[in-house]
Design a protein around this ligand. Structure first.
Ligand code: ZN
Length: 150
């Protein structure tokens, strides 16, 4: 869905927490980025006006953000796309992979005992193995998103 340019790593992680498929590769050059967006049909999010212009010339859909703060970037994006309508806790914020239900073994190995006793929904990332539950990385993000009106 999205491709965040190399200046937007934090924004990419928050978009994933919101549930949006967001690719982020820090070591691609401009040509590679444009090629990749075109091939995968991703919408480029960028702060780079030069890259924006090149993307438009190639017919790639893009969103421009001007702020260098990810909170303001989210607010800017929310004026262009509906960020509320997403499936939260469906994607790993580190790898962008879709989360799956965590197995008993993963829960036992990676979740603190008191959390195991108080929560009953656990998801894990098939790529990096990180385990997510309501109140882990998510609650903090939810508070922020609410504060931003998202
Ligand atoms: Zn992961």
């Amino acid at each position: 869905m999205f491709f965040a340019d190399r200046m937007l790593g934090k924004l990419a992680r928050k978009l994933r927490l919101l549930g949006f498929d967001t690719a982020y590769v820090s070591d691609m050059d401009e040509e590679e980025i444009l090629e990749f967006c075109k091939e995968t049909n991703r919408v480029l999010i960028t702060r780079d006006r030069d890259l924006l212009r090149k993307a438009v010339e190639k017919g790639i859909r893009c969103y421009y953000v001007s702020s260098d703060d990810w909170r303001e970037q989210l607010v800017e994006l929310s004026k262009k796309i509906d960020l509320k309508n997403s499936k939260r806790m469906s994607r790993c914020s580190l790898c962008n992979a879709e989360l799956v239900r965590a197995s008993e073994e993963e829960i036992k190995a990676k979740v603190p005992l008191y959390v195991q006793q108080t929560q009953n929904e656990f998801y894990s990332c098939p790529v990096c193995g990180r385990v997510y539950w309501a109140g882990s990385h998510v609650e903090h993000a939810e508070t922020l998103f609410r504060r931003l009106g998202l």
